[in-house]
Design a protein around this ligand. Sequence first.
Ligand code: GTR
Length: 376
Amino acid sequence: MKLLLITALATIALTVDLPADRWNPPQSLDELPEVAELPKLFEFAASHQAVTADNWLQRRRELEEIVQFYEYGRMPPRPDVVTAEQLQRRELTKSGVTEELMTLIIDSKRQLRMRIAVYSPGRSGRLPVFIREEAALGHLEEVPRLMERGYMYVEYARDDLDPDRPGVVGAAQIAYPAYDWATLSVWAWAGMRVVDYLESRDDVDRQRIGIVGHSRGGKAALLAGALDTRFSLVAPNGSGCGGAGSFRVQGDGGETLGEITDPERFAYWFHPRLRWFVGQENRLPFDQHFLKALVAPRALICTEANNDLWANPKGTRFTSRAAGKAFRLLGEEAKNGLHFRDGDHNLSAADWNAILEFADWHWFGRQPSDPKRFQP
Ligand code: GTR
């Protein structure tokens, strides 16, 4: 009887949850119409029904499916257990800043291990955290600045789950053979596993967990933030093509879909379906504004550099503006942040300043002196 009831409830939940017309992935390019402008955010792909605040969550699920299907591959769900083994703990300053080097044990059918480093400012209570998307540990230049402001800082060695090399099957893909996830998808999933662990710590403020990444790490940070609503602040820096940029709207010298998915370059970051669209970008049923819209109504701050033409500043502005619709619909327009500085392709002190000012604003209500500088 109990089982019957549970099955009946599950059926009701499913019927209520799913849009009337479920999105069925087209199997070839010929089935996809040409769309010169950025594809509509506010129309269901399957039913063409209009999107409103009431059915936005259903549309969100459609967006998640679309970007995983065409661009990054489908990632597995949350693993059964994530724990950590501490390898080393030391005090870095007299004021109590500590460093903990640990290994995360990501446990389901097969065990995965990934190194992380946790920096804490030596303050009591639950603290906000920035997670940094990196290949390996050791990006410490920002530690003093973050500690001074009372933030925790966590790095993870994403390459432990999938190394940044073509033709190598990472430990993560070996552990989950039923998923067609490419490298960026593994790296994003790895960031989510850091959150699984942080949730078990009593010094972490779960409402204030942000993810930052630069370039390829920015692409992964944006994907993680788009798919996992536990990130209340998402900060891709110079993430360009396959990140905050655009496939359709290209400025001078911007990296194209064909270049990034070239088998000699970074094809392995993406699902092979993305290559269908080389020279056919107008047939893409999405563009990167879908990723940005998935972050809404949480805080998104894309930090960019005017001379970083390869990362396509023009396209980035277009996708941020297009995603603004979703932030407005959900009543959080100011959380759609974009910041440009002079200079080139790196994660600089100016980028961190912008990110921290944005975090102070949206996490702690400290209004910046010039909020307009974050408008897309
Ligand atoms: C480039 C690549 C970019 C960007 C960059 C990086 O060569 O074309 O998309 O990801 O590498 O990660 O530094």
